[in-house]
Structure formats: C-alpha cells, structure tokens
Design a protein around this ligand. Structure first.
Ligand SMILES: Nc1ncnc2c1ncn2[C@@H]1O[C@H](COP(=O)(O)OP(=O)(O)OP(=O)(O)O)[C@@H](O)[C@H]1O
Ligand SMILES: [Mg+2]
Length: 242
C-alpha cells in the first residue's frame, strides 16, 4: 500500500539537471527523510511534488490520483503541502491571520480560524496568536510556517529544513511534534541537515546527489552505505556510529 508514488521525475534548469529520474514510493504514516549535499535537489523535489515546479518528465500520484498539471493550492486541497525553506510570512499580519489564510484552502472562515488556533496550539504558539508575524523570533517564525502547513489538514506533509537554526530543546520539541503527527495518521517527508534528528525520527531515508537518488534504506543501512558516506556524510558518519 502506498500513499505517494513518484515515477521517473526529472527537471532541468538551463544546463543543470536538478532532478534526474527520481523514483520512489511512500507508505501511509511513514516518516521518510530526504538528505543530500547542498544543491542536491531536495527543495526542487518537494517543489515539484506539490506543483510549484513542473517536471520535464515523470509523474506524481497521491492516494492513486495523478497530480500532473495541478497548482499547489489544488494539491494542498487534495492533501499534500510543503513548508518553505525560506520562511516568508505576512509580516504586517497577525500570526493567527497568517495561519488562517492557509486554512482557507480547506475550510470556511470560522472553521479555518478554529483550525488555525488548534494548529498554533500544536506548535506551541497559541499565546502569540495576536502578535504581528514580523515581531516573532526566527525559531517562532519556523513554527508558524509549520502551523500554516498543518492548517491545510495534510495527509502528506513535506517539511523543508524546519529545524534549521533551532537549539537542541526546540529541535527535540519539533521531533516530538513530527512523531505525534504521524500517530495522527499524517505521512511525512522530511528534509533536514541535522543527521542526528533525521536518523532518530525517520523510518527510511532517501539520499539525493546531483539530482539522482543515490541510495535508499533504513537510517542504519544508509549511514553505513559507502557511497553515501563518500558523497555526503563524510566524517560525521563516524559520529553516527557512536
Ligand atoms: N528556480 C531555479 N532556477 C535555476 N536553478 C535552480 C532553481 N531552483 C534550484 N536551482 C538549482 O538546482 C539545484 C538544486 O537546488 P535545490 O534548492 O533543490 O537544492 P537543495 O538540495 O534543496 O539544497 P540545500 O541543501 O542548499 O537547500 C541547485 O544547483 C540550484 O542552484
Ligand atoms: Mg533546499
């Protein structure tokens, strides 16, 4: 049984092959990590999955439904959404309104407000719902971004470096949140450079390198894969084995 089926996805930017024949599938309630060096194509993959970028070739199916040609808001309405690596909130709007806007994809205003407050609760930001988004700290803004994604009630949620710039305690909280989302039935794909976090929360890991799927497997297997170590993990692989 699969919820997400990705077949032979390719995308070129000028002379650069950003994604090359990427094929994988994801089971419901899986937490799948996507790792790889800077520029490997991780964000491009997520953007292509949700319809921000059109693939040159290949297909994406969510719950058996072909997503070809659908715009991101349509894909979100069907049940898949992503967070943005570079968080861009409406700085002059309240935190609540920033989240509520995303919820309007799925709900009417009253229900969206209720959902937005629930989602803010979930990411620990209920108390700052009335603040201007522009007045938040960087880690808080990352949480708002997460609440915005949650407010679309995703079946499949793609998280692009939501732990960047978080301290240890904040990272632990986000990891707990990711697990609790899975317990609620959400399927998650997670791009993250923090290897400890990735190895800790993921059932399976995909490794991208120069737009290609270099390896795929359990965290343990991937961490021991000589090709992965050479391409990406380097000396940090030693730390992982400890
Ligand atoms: N819109 C675009 N136009 C041209 N080139 C792009 C575009 N988006 C991404 N690229 C290029 O495609 C490659 C893959 O970029 P991408 O952002 O997907 O990498 P990434 O794995 O997310 O990297 P990082 O870990 O730094 O976030 C890079 O070489 C990048 O410069
Ligand atoms: Mg990226």
């Amino acid at each position: 049984m699969t919820i997400l089926e990705v077949r032979s996805l390719s995308r070129r930017f000028g002379g650069l092959q950003a994604l090359s024949e990427v094929t994988f599938s994801v089971r419901p309630r899986e937490i799948v990590g996507v790792i790889g060096p800077n520029g490997a194509g991780k964000t491009t993959l997520f953007s292509t999955l949700v319809g921000f970028i059109r693939p040159d070739t290949g297909s994406v199916a969510l719950d058996g439904r072909d997503l070809a040609g659908l715009k991101p808001h349509k894909v979100a309405a069907i049940g898949m959404t992503k967070t943005f690596q570079n968080v861009a909130l409406f700085a002059e709007s309240s935190v609540l309104d920033n989240v509520l806007t995303a919820g309007l994809l799925r709900h009417d205003v009253d229900r969206a407000r209720e959902q937005a407050l629930n989602c803010l609760d979930r990411v620990g930001l209920r108390e700052v719902a009335g603040k201007l988004a522009g007045d938040l700290s960087f880690p808080e803004r990352a949480r708002v971004e997460l609440a915005r994604a949650l407010c679309t009630a995703p079946k499949v949620l793609l998280l692009d470096e939501v732990m960047a710039a978080l301290n240890h305690a904040e990272m632990t909280e986000i990891m707990q949140l990711i697990r609790s989302l899975r317990d609620d039935g959400v399927t998650l794909l997670v791009v993250e450079h923090h290897m400890r976090a990735i190895m800790n929360i993921c059932d399976r890991i995909l490794v991208l390198n120069f737009g290609r799927l270099l390896a795929e497997g359990t965290p343990d297997r991937v961490a021991r894969d000589p090709q992965v170590i050479e391409a990406y993990l380097g000396r940090s692989a030693e730390a992982l084995r400890r």
